[in-house]
Structure formats: structure tokens, C-alpha cells
Design a protein around this ligand. Structure first.
Ligand SMILES: C[S@@+](CC[C@H](N)C(=O)[O-])C[C@H]1O[C@@H](n2cnc3c(N)ncnc32)[C@H](O)[C@@H]1O
Length: 300
């Protein structure tokens, strides 16, 4: 398991007490995982193969961070340069399957460019999902695009299948100045009445670091790894310990590592080589980002 660097993070060995049986989630038990841990199972498959084989209403939260169709090279099995209509059609296909696998009240998070999430958000409504939030994840080192506004956020859609069955309330620390450590806001004179555990998390997340330092990143993967801090938040907001999280686009396994660490079961697919995910679970050298979130677990 990766090391953690925060006192606030839970015991990395907090795996669920019941042994995980991925076959219990599948309608095709012949589909075999390439890697299993005490809390999860990874399938070296096209996400549609795993999703189609997953039982309806069996998953508590889906988190998806698909390719953005911007011409990135992931490997020979991924074409990240589709016609726009093909990309949207493919998105509809896997999104529809994700929604089918969700339990009533389950949550769907979709991380993508605003350009695609506008369309996918509309599609989720057509599928009967309830809008909760468009979360803006601020980009620290974006590049200007000629003739456009400077892109300063990614979109994280948060929808639920009907009334959410879980809403873990998250508080973030009161913001202080990096230089003088003084508090930045005066909270309209109500500072004294504020919750000592922090302020309510908003739908603009400015504190998600890019994964740049090798301490956090596999040498085998140079791009496209999300911060563990983002996944911690998503999982704490939408699941209880022992719930099941599905990620169709495994990448470097951020969702899987965080789910395991937080005592959630996980299941996921990655179509390309999965060595980086194996390494993530076996290496002692990869750290999680520090999270200062305070989680109040509230039933919705
Ligand atoms: C943006 S990355 C995900 C990164 C991941 N969230 C992380 O933090 O490491 C998208 C991943 O989806 C994989 N992928 C692309 N098409 C796929 C498909 N049809 N089925 C499964 N995985 C796919 C790519 O190989 C890539 O690793």
C-alpha cells in the first residue's frame, strides 16, 4: 500500500472486514480479474466488457475519468482522437451502463472538460438521474488557448440515482494566508460562531493539487493521474465504509488505492497495461496527497 503523509488520513490497512468477492457483482463469473486485493478487483478489459457484466443496481458510487478526446497517447487500444459525434456516442454507451449498475440513491461522478460534461450532464438527466452539482476543480497550470478565455477549471459532475442514500458532509479548514498565516476572510463578523471543524465544502475546489512530484507518481506514468485528495472527497461524500466504488477508467489506480485505504470495496477496468496499478499497491514509495478535510458522515 502507498504511504500516507497526513495525520488525518485513516489507517491504510482499514480494509473492509468481509472478504471481497467480485464474482458476486458480476453476471458473468467467467470474467476474471487480473489483480485482486483484500478490497477490490481490477479487470484488464474494455470498460464496456466489465460494465455489461456487472449486475444492475449493485454499485454505490461510480467515478469516471475518461480520456478527454484531445489526442493523448494512452496505448494501442485507445483512440483519443475520435470524431466529436463518435466520442459522444461512446460516452452515452458507457454512461448508460454505469447508471444501470448504480443502486437506487447511488452516486455518479464524471470528471471531464466542461465542453463534454455539458453534453453528458444533459444525457444523465435524460436517463433519469438527479443533478446534485457541477463541481469546478481549479486548474493550477493550464495553458492559454488562442481566441478563448483562459481555461481555469475541469468539471466534475455529481448526479445521483434519485434521492442520495448517503451524503457525507465535508468541511475544509478556514483559509489562511500562505505568507503570514493570518485568516483571509472575515466571515462577515461571524467568525466566532463558526464551526471549529472548518467551513462547508463548496462546489469550487481550489485545493486539489496536480500530481507532478515523483513522490506521488509512478515513474511508469507521466501524465493523467488524479490527486488522491480528489478521490478521498468523492468517496467520503458518497459512500459508507463497506460500500462498492466502480471506476471504468483505472489509469494509475488512484480510485482503487483511495477506496482500499478508506475501507470501501472497489471494482474497475483498464484497457491498457495495468503494471502501474499493480505497482501502486505494491510500492512503498508512492505517497498520497495530504488531506485536511473533516468528514461529518450524515445520512441524507
Ligand atoms: C484519464 S485516464 C484515468 C486516470 C485515473 N483517473 C488516475 O488517476 O490514474 C483514462 C484511462 O482510461 C483508459 N481507457 C481508455 N479507454 C478505455 C476503455 N474503453 N476501457 C477501459 N479503460 C480505458 C486509458 O488507458 C487511461 O488509462
Amino acid at each position: 500500500m502507498p504511504k500516507t503523509t497526513s495525520q488525518q488520513q485513516p489507517d491504510p490497512m482499514s480494509v473492509p472486514s468481509q472478504k471481497f468477492d467480485p464474482a458476486g457483482l458480476l453476471t458473468k463469473p467467467e470474467l476474471l480479474p487480473v489483480f485482486v486485493t483484500p478490497g477490490g478487483a481490477l479487470f484488464n478489459e474494455d470498460c464496456l466488457t466489465l460494465l455489461r457484466a456487472t449486475k444492475s443496481e449493485s454499485i454505490d458510487t461510480v467515478f469516471a475519468d475518461p480520456p478527454f478526446n484531445i489526442g493523448k497517447k494512452y496505448g494501442s487500444r485507445v483512440n483519443d482522437n475520435l470524431l466529436e459525434s463518435e466520442y459522444v456516442e461512446w460516452g452515452h454507451e458507457w454512461i448508460r451502463e454505469c447508471v444501470r449498475t448504480l443502486k437506487p440513491g447511488g452516486a455518479f461522478f464524471l470528471y471531464n472538460l466542461p465542453k463534454w460534461n455539458v453534453l453528458f450532464g444533459t444525457y444523465l438527466v435524460e436517463l433519469g438521474m438527479d443533478f446534485r452539482h457541477w463541481i469546478a476543480i481549479s486548474i493550477k497550470f493550464g495553458l492559454p488557448i488562442p481566441g478563448r478565455l483562459y481555461p481555469a477549471h475541469y468539471s466534475l459532475l455529481y448526479y445521483t440515482k434519485g434521492k442520495p442514500k448517503m451524503f457525507g458532509k465535508v468541511r475544509t479548514p478556514i483559509e489562511t494566508c500562505r505568507h503570514c498565516s493570518g485568516e483571509i476572510k472575515d466571515y462577515g463578523g461571524h467568525r466566532g460562531a463558526m464551526n471549529p471543524n472548518g467551513v462547508n465544502l463548496t462546489d469550487v475546489w481550489t485545493d486539489i493539487p496536480p500530481v507532478r512530484h515523483w513522490k506521488f507518481k509512478s515513474k511508469k506514468r507521466s501524465a493523467n493521474q488524479l490527486s488522491t485528495k480528489l478521490l478521498e472527497r468523492v468517496i467520503n461524500i458518497s459512500t459508507h465504509p463497506g460500500d462498492v466504488v466502480l471506476d471504468p477508467f483505472g489509469g494509475s489506480g488512484t480510485t482503487f488505492a483511495v477506496a482500499e485505504q478508506l475501507g470501501r470495496y472497489w471494482i474497475g477496468s483498464e484497457i491498457e497495461n495495468c503494471d502501474v496499478i499493480f505497482e501502486r499497491f505494491r510500492s512503498e514509495d508512492l505517497h498520497h496527497h495530504v488531506s485536511s478535510d473533516y468528514v461529518e458522515s450524515l445520512a441524507a
